[in-house]
Design a protein around this ligand. Structure first.
Ligand SMILES: Nc1ncnc2c1ncn2[C@@H]1O[C@H](COP(=O)(O)OP(=O)(O)OP(=O)(O)O)[C@@H](O)[C@H]1O
Length: 645
């Protein structure tokens, strides 16, 4: 009896621990579990506004309501905790999504619960996966007998193409069949696609309605309907077609509506077409204070100190204080020495600093004796102003990840951006880096302390890179396909064509046009090469490398080399940091593939470098020596040697 009691207590504790674990897991965002929690008696899910709630023509104010309902109660983890089946989960992992974005965390569990949803999220927040993942989970596997079971309506051709691409990638292991119905494409092909009994139909409403009437297509088996970018569907005048499509759908369907805004027309449509929808708003739960403006600078890691000096001297206003975040305490020490040598008074804190030194430093900053505070990691709550982030090429995937979690896309700076635009990612004029950089070289040459501290900080950076969690593989892939050369410099932001700055930039660009074009062409060649490389790797993985033409293998080695060279050129710091693109690429292959590829490469190099010839001539030489040593014919010492032996 006592034993049983003990067991029960243990079990209880275990469950409590599990709950606690779930609580502590990845919890910066509003979560699915909490929405589920709201389902319990006494708590209600966020209610969709009733007709009487809508007093104006514009978006009804549901913010307070949602905020109150979405109060953080429980934290949950990533995709694992959503209870996805293996093929769906595998597809998500294969796509390179490490953790769900806020919109995915909030919507997926509610959709999986079978509720109708109205979700408000901006473009670039990851909403496509938010409705695709639960769709795969609901449809599970292809069904031969029934008609289409899911319908996704998008306002534009481009969005539909992007959605089908994601459907194929994320739903790769579910083997569900998809048909694409788009205006402008051949009707015959679309009829044929529909005759193949697809599980999912993705289309634009105009053409879909046309096909439905022409083919007398029945939609009675549809269980899952998505209106993507619903506000644009209405803006583009598809209201009539949408009503008609909805009329043909069974009442038992689950309906989801994703939209950036919620105008009155859409509210009415949702009220009529959706059953007690749950409203999920992402825009009200901003993780950033609206008093903070972000700017991202794209530059090489070596140029970071130069830009920091420029920002502190020329951009920060004299009356404003600045907090500088650095990777390690060694960086803080190095920057402190550097800034002090440049006559910039600064305070600094890091965790290893003793309490008295911390107090003194904080006091200096608080009493404005120092206008700059160098820190490793402190909560910057309640701050306002502009946050400048220096991003070197290997850090770009983190910026993509960050924006996904802020629920907005990365914006590359263009000449059209106004000065102090929020969240833009721009380059730094080379002249600024050159000026500050040359000055810094002299400063380092004259100070042994600076040189030593710099060396220590570089070593610390290597350690830091090892401990830093990796960004999501999808963001790494996105960075690889991004052309940063189109990014404007901060010079051009808010400058008109007459300013001296833009004249300088124009002149520079026309002077370097040839080099830039050459570089672009080289990139395209390498991209074409990497496609070939991938196909060879696929063949190698499939086990038919022995049959591969030698030309393919040579191309592979050559392309690999070219791609590596290009990456290293871009990164420009392979000797300085451990995290090179080579590592990034490694993440994209399995270890067996990498080993096989490496072995093949070594073999190829050996053969190409005349390895066999060398071995043969070495053997010949050895044979000659043995022969001469007395065993062969014609040696003068033949008799003597034989005797001796
Ligand atoms: N959980 C995730 N982790 C990493 N990357 C993600 C995740 N979810 C989505 N992404 C990536 O973020 C990018 C933007 O996502 P997505 O296109 O779904 O956003 P969206 O809000 O639907 O934007 P759009 O309106 O342009 O379709 C895509 O490249 C997508 O692969």
């Amino acid at each position: 009896m006592a034993q049983r009691k003990k067991k029960l207590t243990k079990k209880k504790r275990h469950t409590a621990n599990r709950e606690q674990e779930a609580d502590s897991d990845g919890g910066d965002f509003e979560l699915a579990a909490e929405i589920k929690d709201d389902d319990s008696p006494g708590r209600k899910l966020p209610r969709f506004p009733a007709a009487s709630d809508c007093t104006s023509d514009v978006e009804p104010d549901t913010r307070e309501l949602v905020r109150a309902q979405n109060k953080k109660k429980k934290k949950s983890g990533g995709f694992q905790s959503m209870g996805l089946s293996f093929p769906v989960y595998k597809g998500v992992m294969k796509k390179g999504y490490k953790v769900p974005t806020p919109i995915q965390r909030k919507t997926i569990p509610v959709i999986l619960d079978g509720k109708d949803v109205v979700a408000m999220a901006r473009t670039g927040s990851g909403k496509t996966a938010a409705f695709l993942v639960p769709m795969f989970e609901k449809l599970k596997a292809p069904q031969a007998q029934t008609g289409a079971r899911a319908l996704i309506l998008t306002p534009t051709r481009e969005l539909a193409l992007q959605t089908i691409k994601f459907t194929k990638e994320l739903g790769k292991f579910t083997r569900l069949k998809t048909a694409l119905i788009l205006g402008g494409d051949s009707m015959e092909d679309q009829f044929a696609a529909l005759h193949e009994n697809p599980d999912i139909i993705i289309g634009t409403p105009g053409r879909l309605m046309h096909v439905i009437t022409d083919m007398n297509l029945k939609l009675h088996s549809v269980e899952y309907v998505v209106f993507d970018e619903a506000d644009r569907l209405f803006e583009m005048g598809f209201a009539e077609q949408l009503q008609e499509i909805i009329r043909r759908l069974p009442d038992t369907r689950q309906t989801l509506l994703f939209s950036a805004t919620l105008p009155k027309l859409l509210v009415e449509f949702a009220r009529a077409g959706l059953t007690e929808p749950v409203l999920i708003r992402l825009d009200v739960d901003s993780k950033l204070s609206d008093q903070i403006k972000l700017s991202f600078f794209h530059l090489r890691v070596d140029d970071k100190p130069a830009l920091l000096l420029h920002l502190l001297r020329n951009v920060a206003k004299p009356q404003e204080q600045t907090v500088v975040f650095a990777a390690t305490k060694h960086h803080v020490e190095y920057l402190k020495e550097l800034l002090s040598s440049e006559g910039i008074e600064c305070a600094y804190i890091y965790s290893a600093l003793d309490q008295t030194a911390r107090k003194i430093n904080i006091g200096k900053f608080v009493h404005r004796k120092a206008m700059v505070l160098l820190v490793t990691d402190v909560a910057a709550r309640g701050r306002s102003g502009t946050a400048y982030s220096m991003v070197c090429p290997d850090e770009m995937p983190f910026v993509y990840d960050l924006h996904l979690f802020l629920g907005r896309p990365v914006q590359f700076a263009t000449a059209d951006h106004i000065q102090d635009s929020d969240g833009v990612f721009g380059r730094v004029p080379q002249s600024i880096l050159d000026d500050e950089g040359s000055h810094l070289i002299t400063a380092h040459e004259n100070s042994l302390d600076l040189q030593n501290l710099h060396r220590v900080s570089e070593n610390a950076y290597k350690q830091y890179l090892k401990s830093r969690p990796n960004p999501s593989a999808e963001s790494i892939r996105r960075v690889k396909s991004t052309d940063v050369s189109s990014m404007a410099t901060i010079f051009e932001i808010n400058s008109n064509s007459k300013t001296p700055a833009s004249k300088v930039m124009r002149k520079k660009r026309s002077k370097d046009k040839r080099v830039v074009d050459k570089f672009k062409k080289h990139r395209e060649d390498v991209a074409a090469g990497s496609r070939l490389q991938q196909s060879v790797i696929r063949r190698t993985a499939a086990g038919d490398d022995d049959d591969g033409a030698p030309g393919d293998l040579q191309d592979l080695v050559l392309m690999e080399k070219q791609a590596e060279e290009r990456d290293l050129q871009e990164v420009g710091l392979h000797h300085k940091c451990n995290f090179t693109i080579r590592q990034i690429r490694s993440e994209l292959k399995s270890s067996a593939q990498i080993l096989k590829h490496r072995k093949m490469k070594q073999k190829q190099q050996f053969l190409q470098g005349g390895g066999m010839k060398k071995v043969r001539s070495k053997n010949k030489q050895w044979l000659g020596e043995v022969t001469k040593s007395g065993f062969g014919r014609g040696g003068q010492k033949k008799g003597k040697m034989r005797k001796r032996l």
